[in-house]
Write a protein that binds this ligand. Structure first.
Ligand SMILES: [Zn+2]
Length: 315
């Protein structure tokens, strides 16, 4: 029997995840960034960066899962990011919501076998950015549906990630708790590192997420390792639970500490890519600071996870 994510974080931390699926598969030509039709990253776009690759080109996704596993990932994320019914509907895939979520879990489990855990990825719906707090009930319904699909398909745990609003994250954690699955929770801080989009400090976010049942709390996406590590250390200290962190692999600046607000997003990202060696250093910091769960996010691929694993192995 496989250890749970909570046991793994206790016994073998930092547990190495994966990450960066959508941007990597966009580069490989299997995911639509939407940039040909609209200015993406504004929160107002329609169907960009949705995971229909799961059913349209499953071999491409299977291969990327294999690469991460080979690189040292102990957790594979099912590619269910942005796969709520509403987001998929905006992209024209709403009727395949169940098919996409179920197939994503099946595919990740097939590759993982007994060698890795499978996490169900649950992201913000984008409705808080579009409609504000009035979207809360709709968001609750959408996340409840997706989490039920992921639980029924057999994920080992849930990874709530890339939430901009703490209020939406807390709703997500409520839905997660009802599933009975262990849950890791990471916010994304944009446009400032000082507060979530609804004005809560990282420390406050961390405490609220831990109180809402998250087994580990932290941040993912938007910042490179050197900028995100101090942020999540503060969060972990405030919450008193394990830290989960999945940095982006893009260079940001003090003025713009989030890559999706950089002018290079999404069609010139190669020009702000950080070196994989930065992820080796990130691995050393993860050991030093006893992080529970580490992976990558946008801009990462298997080379970065391999570097991360090397940093962890030789701190
Ligand atoms: Zn990301």
């Amino acid at each position: 029997m496989k250890e749970t994510i909570v046991q793994l974080m206790q016994n073998e931390a930092p547990v190495i995840g994966d990450g960066g699926y959508l941007i990597e598969l966009e580069r490989r030509g299997y995911v639509d960034s939407g940039s040909g039709r609209e200015r993406v990253g504004t929160g107002r776009g329609s169907g960009q960066f949705t995971p229909e690759v799961v059913v349209e080109n499953p071999d491409a996704l299977r291969e990327l899962h294999r690469e991460f596993l080979h690189a040292g990932s102990r957790v594979l994320q099912a590619l269910t990011f942005f796969a709520t019914r509403e987001k998929l509907s905006r992209a024209g895939y709403g009727r395949q919501t169940e098919e996409i979520n179920v197939a994503a879990v099946r595919l990740a489990k097939e590759v993982a076998g007994e060698r890795a855990l499978v996490a169900g990825s649950v992201s913000r719906t984008q409705l808080f950015e579009r409609e504000g707090s009035g979207a809360a009930t709709h968001v609750h319904d959408l996340l409840t549906e997706q989490i039920r699909l992921l639980a029924d398909a057999g994920v080992d745990f849930l990874l709530l990630e890339t939430f901009f609003h703490l209020e939406e994250m807390v709703i997500g954690l409520e839905c997660a708790r009802a599933s009975g699955l262990p849950t890791l929770a990471t916010m994304s801080f944009r446009p400032t590192l000082r507060a979530s989009s609804d004005g809560h400090s990282p420390e406050e976010c961390a405490k609220r997420m831990a109180d809402a049942g998250a087994a580990a709390v932290g941040a993912n996406c938007e910042q490179e390792p050197s900028r995100i590590v101090p942020l999540v250390r503060a969060m972990g200290a405030a919450a008193g639970v394990a830290v989960a962190v999945q940095p982006a692999a893009f260079r940001t600046s003090a003025e713009t500490p989030c890559f999706t607000k950089m002018p290079q997003f999404p069609d010139e990202l190669e020009t702000i890519q950080v070196a994989r060696r930065d992820f080796e250093e990130f691995g050393r910091r993860a050991v030093e600071h006893r992080f529970g769960f580490v992976g990558g996010c946008c801009g990462c691929n298997a080379a970065y996870i391999r570097a991360l694993a090397a940093g962890i192995a030789a701190p």
